[in-house]
Design a protein. Sequence first.
Length: 138
Amino acid sequence: MNKEAELIHCHTLTQSEGGYEIGAVVYELGNDCLIILHGGSKPHIGAIGMGQVRVSLKDPGKVAATSSVFTYVGHKEDVIAKGLSEEITRRLGRNTVIVAGVHWDDLPEEGIRTVTNICRSLSDRIVEKLARPGRESS
């Protein structure tokens, strides 16, 4: 295996709750992360969140994150993409791109809360999986 290939790793995680399931395909590309979130009845790309590591404005000794989000018209995954890209970037100190595409027809408010909880749980599991000793800054 060449040295470049040794810097690329792939992990797959799934999380279910209340009849909803979301999968995450996580690529470690050197020090960067690419995470594809998918779930529901129609796999697609709804939004992309790009988290970038930066120095905290409140405490220059800490790592923080800023993000940019691109959302296709009519999609609502921007909240997931932004939140997870910033959270994972900040906690791991690694630039992170989230590609989110989750869809259930006529999702009720309780379903939205459940899907949001699943995403938060997946975020924690991803950080736990990728954290290097001394790297997590949360």
